[in-house]
Design a protein around this ligand. Sequence first.
Ligand SMILES: Cc1ncc(COP(=O)(O)O)c(C=O)c1O
Length: 379
Amino acid sequence: MAGVSRSAATSSSQESHTQDARIGRAIEELDTPTLLLDRAASDRNLAKMAGFFRDRSAKLRPHFKNHKCVTLAKRQMLAGAVGMTCAKLGEAEVLVENGISDVLIANQVVGSAKVERLVQLAKRARISVAVDHMDQVEAISRAAATAKSVVRLLIEVDIGMGRCGLPSSEAVLDLARKLQGMPGVEFGGLQAYEGHLVNVVDREQRRIQSRAAMGLAVETRQLIERTGIPVSCISGCSSATYDSTGILDGVDEVQAGTYATMDRQYVRLTPEFEIALSILVRVISRPSLGKAVLDVGVKGAGAEFGVPAIREYPDVVIPFFLAEEHVVVNQTPEWLIGQPLHLIPSHACTTCNLYREIVAHEDGVVVDIWPIEASGRLA
Ligand SMILES: Cc1ncc(COP(=O)(O)O)c(C=O)c1O
């Protein structure tokens, strides 16, 4: 198994819950709001995705941004991942501090303070980072050469999302040529993410469009290879495209993230994965007949993809009104003050970033407490 030992994979959770009085209690007794994870459901998601790639040429490099929780990352590594993907340097630092030895930052790292942290981190683990401009490359190369470390650079190709990345094959080839032989860096291949297509609900359309988009990265790879420069990797893809772009010839790594926890938005896209994440909340007010107020709002439930759902009452529609700390529900059933409910957030990734711990449960009983070590690590 790459990157993490079995004992390291369990130590974080063991340390975290030795004294925790919540272990063994029914989840409904917990204080609210509490971020919950159905451990068995998440394990099934991890096993399903790992199983899909077990005998394929592309390998899983799960995206840490989904949960930011080291225990979950280690469970993904144990299931067969070759390393982790991060959005932020701070997330990568958390992973390396906790024994993950192969980390890709699928994002640009810019500014002298960050570049210094990056090259120091590269002394402790295999670190790859996305670049799309010579200015980034030169800064990293200079700092890495001084620090005597080596940073692996993946040139980001914009395959239609319009975020970072070079838009044309020729521009990518030009950058690949320039960074050959530079000190402190090595050309690690291409970063390409088809994020503009992951929300296409029609699966066949998503498959066709995302394969066409990722095909641009594969063509770029071929162009570079024809000049004699080896391209060891294309890293990209998502939980919504793992079975389309993830099996494309020339794609080596799949950066799927949300499959580990799932959320309200994603389950429409890949229903083969289960919603393991929920937020335990309570009814705190019944100000009038048919109206209830719950004790979480946008400060506790990522809502960029819409309002959360109530697991026990899927037909109760939460109107688009989330205050900072309140959700107001109209036309409610006969809920009592203090009644616990499970909210399914529309976006797992921003939700996890709002909490410091995940309470893992099985069959409604708390089995573990997992710190979210990289919560709030934005830099
Ligand atoms: C660079 C990158 N790779 C992969 C993903 C896929 O993550 P998910 O599986 O959660 O859609 C994302 C999502 O934002 C991303 O930004």
